[in-house]
Design a protein around this ligand. Sequence first.
Ligand code: GAP
Length: 436
Amino acid sequence: MASTDLMDKIVSLCKRRGFIFQSSEIYGGLANSWDYGPLGVELKNNVKQAWWKRNVHGRDDMVGLDAAIFMHPNTWKASGHLDTFNDMMVDCKDCNKRLREDHIEDNTCPDCGSSNFTEARPFNLMLDSYLGPVRDESGRTYLRPETAQGIFVNFKNILDSTSRKLPFGVAQIGKSFRNEVTAGNFTFRQREFEQMEIEYFCHPDQADKFFEEWIENRFQWYKDLGIRTENLQLRKHEDDELAHYAKGCTDVEYKFPFGWSELEGIAHRSDFDLKQHSQHSGKELIYRDPFTNEVFTPYVIEPSGGVDRGMLAFLVDAYHEEEVDGKPRTVLKLHKDLVPTKVAVLPLLKKNTEVVELCQKIKNDLIKDMTCTYNDTAAIGKLYRRQDEVGTFYCVTVDVDSLEDNQVTVRDRDSMAQERVALDQLKQYLRNKFED
Ligand code: GAP
């Protein structure tokens, strides 16, 4: 399938089945902004939950944080974002289109084909706002362009309140905002997006070791959640593409239909941020080793991923078209921990009230343990196809025999194999399937 066809199909499925809608669509939409629909929000929450489970609850050297989006404006002076968080932009002198210099191919304007560009100028990506009753410079503040700074400014609070010893990390998931000017590629590049970031604090001598460990660890996470290895790669940044704070950086990239692109960056931030905040705030952000009494500014390794980009990669990788008995079948082979709905309960005969009542009873029982839905809006073949298309892991079908033998049919999404399971065993049977 051509890559543009695949992307079009995914965008269409996302809208049709309630994963992702264009923001404020009834007004013509807003560039680079997307809304997550009923199934999309479930998938997105599952991506975040899987990340939190692995990186916070699954380790004893990590804690979580949820910092405010608005921060003191000096934060962004200290972090370097106000001075250096820029894209280099050019204008096409013939059609006036403004473009990112690094996105221009063959020195040609994608709109009019001209090569007549202005000199490149820095364009700051920070979005600002005004807080308080008067709209002047004194109330000017910024929407955070990364969640990371909320962690750095809380370093001392976390150290004092948890008595943590190095090495330890702080994890945070939250919205970030950037005035991106390049549109396209669905949810890949947005102005408002969510990040999943870790700042891992350690002794400077151990930073290189943890940098390598985190690169491996983060690459493995995407694989463990079902992304095919051949669609993932690591890419080390050249020195001239490093962000202003980074000593080194390696990206985890996914082979999207529009080309290899960044899912997550793992950066070696050295002691840049803690030292900058210390200098600008006048507060000491240091660590005293309780065993050696050595006093130093910790180094930081930062795995920084995007929730929206991760979700898009999971969707693209899961999308399959197959032919079954001469008929097309679209199936989202999402990992069991990510599927929006784990189980659908379906009646074989929706006109039989006893069958429908039994379905409802089963659904009401299962829903206490797992995401579960009931649907009777079509014939069974169509119901199966609809559930396949949104990745539902199992379908439980109730027929008239179920009323006599107290058994139901459980259908597996991927193999389509069907098994009769006793009603009193059903919940445990499904629980076992969803266990790690
Ligand atoms: N704190 C480091 C930092 O923010 P980054 O490479 O600029 O680094 C990290 O961003 C991740 O955030 C990216 O790998 C990507 O997944 C996500 N991200 C960044 N800009 C984005 C955008 N405009 N839309 C969606 N996701 C974005």
